[in-house]
Design a protein around this ligand. Sequence first.
Ligand code: FMN
Length: 180
Amino acid sequence: MSKKVLVISTSFRNGSNSDILADEFIKGAIDAGNSVEKINLKDKTIAFCKGCLACQHTKKCVINDDAVKIFETIKDVDVVVWATPVYYYNMSGQMKTLIDRLNPLFVSDYKFKDVYLIATAAEADEAAINGTITGLMGWIECLDKTNLKDVIKAVGVCAAKEVYNIESYMKKVYNMGYNI
Ligand SMILES: Cc1cc2nc3c(=O)[nH]c(=O)nc-3n(C[C@H](O)[C@H](O)[C@H](O)COP(=O)(O)O)c2cc1C
């Protein structure tokens, strides 16, 4: 059955490795007949959460910026895919900022169950991704319906566009997209 997929690519770097993998995931998902929307955070204006918790009563954020539109989009998809570089053993700050701003989800109806993570890191050890997974699990565990379906741990990629040369990651992420 065709699924609605939202891919959120969070790196601001030109030639971003995680963004390249996100595009390969999208190719697989589209080839399998799904519909995909991609959001690139480098084109967006997203302020930090103020922590007022007004959203827990109103189901809306008091800050009117691009996070509001993303909140409306994410509620209606079947699958959410995060692509992030590892920064200091965790997700990118821009990804965390968006997660915080999606706090109205906590009290809202949303459809998605399956969440995927595409993470890139310079170090060769897959453990470099663990902090990012732990951080994302903090979000997933707070949203009762959701689970972390699969993760691409693309380690040993440092320079921009380097991941193009690593066929195993490109194939793996295509198949992940194909098999959602
Ligand atoms: C601020 C910053 C922090 C980073 N921290 C780590 C780290 O903790 N571990 C690691 O393996 N790589 C780290 N890196 C390297 C990136 O994860 C790596 O270059 C990755 O391929 C970037 O993905 P992107 O091209 O999608 O932005 C860091 C890079 C930056 C800019």
